[in-house]
Design a protein around this ligand. Structure first.
Ligand code: LLP
Length: 423
């Protein structure tokens, strides 16, 4: 079996029963199925193989902010991915997971000098530059270290994309990228810089872009700009078209990947550049569940609450974006349906995973799996309320391995000290 399915009345991850993992590791814990990551990678790479000639395949740089566990990274590397990073920490994770630096791209609006220097030292493929002062900073860091930085400039195409206002990045008012005028300026500035090679453009319009036609609208901004820049004598040999491809959380009707691949073939391919993509959620979102135990069934006049041991500190998406995640009972899956609010233990009303959700009747000690939690789950977890970070487990067929131990309670206070005058 691949992914999360019922066998003998019990929810499994591939061939491993989830109760077996809960018993061995405790809850809450994230459980990822390698098989789903592989399937998603093959779907994406396959759509590109079908649409584009073999010598023009894109470099798929996995956006590791989605799930940066080094075991997950190693697996994606073994499948053939490159990496998109946004910090020195992510660079370190990527190198630890064995990525070839020449397959790593660095993005983000606030790259710090030490991060830039670390990327130069590693010899990454390129920096996706988001502003003119950042370009100057990269040139300074490169000059000081005697290196040359390959850069592309991130175009803000003024296209609205993204499944929620907070994860749209391509509109004029967003902090990301540069308008056409500043992109032109950046190329002109780079021409006079000794330690910068300007090689192309990048864009990323948002995440969970379920109006996938927005990709087409954004891609269509590129040809005129590329031709204009080439006419002014600039090199455009790389186009990084970002990530953002959506997945199904509930019942979203999504255009298939083939249409996206066709737009890449029709609009991007004729521009005759290396093509880079930065998929995050698409590769890992469906591969994970957050496994949690029911602490109490609390009845009030108004509602039945399932108080579970996972909280918004473990998975913040429902709180932050009103995101909908399916919830499955792990056992007794055909018990009579009841309507519950599924909530965590944190002292905020916003610590809620689902409101008025129909689930098979559940009791204290039962396990539930919060689905589609493989992307932006653990990677956004915190220790709010001094809760330790949850464990992470990777499943491969019949076997599983703890890929991150549950944080020790002492670890929650790591680095804190009481000053002398309070002792
Ligand atoms: N490239 C860049 C420059 C990005 O900023 C992002 C995501 C990606 C690629 C990957 O996007 P994806 O393929 O995963 O959609 N925490 C939010 C999502 C934030 C996305 C941030 N940037 C969530 O839980 O929905």
């Amino acid at each position: 079996m691949n992914g999360f399915n019922e066998k003998d009345g019990i929810l499994h991850a591939d061939n491993v029963p989830l109760p077996q993992i809960a018993e061995a590791v405790g809850t809450p814990c994230y459980v990822y199925a390698e098989s789903v990551i592989r399937e998603q990678y093959e779907r994406l790479a396959g759509a590109m193989t079908k649409a584009l000639p073999s010598d023009r395949q894109p470099l798929l740089c996995y956006a590791c902010k989605a799930n940066s566990n080094i075991a997950v990274l190693s697996f994606l590397r073994s499948l053939g991915c490159g990496l998109e990073i946004v910090s020195e920490g992510e660079l370190m994770r990527g190198l630890k997971a064995g990525f070839d630096a020449d397959k790593i791209v660095s993005t983000g609006v606030g790259k710090q000098k030490n991060e830039i220097a670390a990327c130069l030292d590693a010899g990454i493929h390129q920096f996706n530059v988001e502003s003119l002062p950042e370009l100057e900073m990269i040139n300074t860091a490169a000059t000081e270290t005697g290196k040359t930085a390959n850069v592309v400039f991130r175009l803000n195409p003024d296209v609205s994309g993204g499944g929620h206002d907070k994860i749209s990045t391509g509109r004029k008012r967003d902090k990301f990228g540069m308008g056409v005028e500043n992109v032109m300026k950046a190329f002109a500035m780079a021409r006079d810089m000794d330690h910068v090679n300007a090689l192309g453009l990048s864009m990323h319009i948002g995440s969970q872009v379920f109006t996938v036609e927005s990709f087409k609208e954004a891609f269509e901004k590129l040809p005129a700009l590329v031709h204009g820049l080439r006419e002014s004598g600039h090199t455009i040999s790389r186009l990084d078209i970002g990530g953002g491809f959506p997945i199904i959380y509930k019942d979203e009707k999504l255009l298939d990947l083939d249409s996206y691949a066709d737009w890449v073939r029709d609009i991007i391919l004729p521009l005759d550049t290396e093509i880079i993509m930065e998929p995050g959620r698409y590769l890992v979102g469906g591969s994970g569940v957050l496994l949690t135990e029911v602490l109490y069934v609390k009845e009030t006049q108004d509602r039945s609450f399932l108080v579970v041991d996972a909280a918004m500190s473990d998975l913040i998406r429902p709180t932050l974006y009103e995101a909908w995640h399916s919830i499955d009972a792990v056992k007794n899956r055909s018990a009579s349906p009841q309507t519950y609010d599924v909530v965590g233990p944190i002292c905020e009303s916003s610590d809620i995973f689902a409101t008025q959700r129909s689930l098979p009747e559940m009791n204290q000690g039962d396990l539930a799996a919060i689905r589609t939690a493989g992307a932006y789950g653990f990677s956004m977890a915190s220790t709010y309320n001094s809760r330790p970070l949850p464990a992470e487990v990777l499943v491969s067929g019949d076997k599983f391995s703890i890929i991150r131990k549950r944080q020790a309670l002492e670890g929650v206070m790591d680095g804190e000290t009481i000053p002398d005058w309070l002792k």
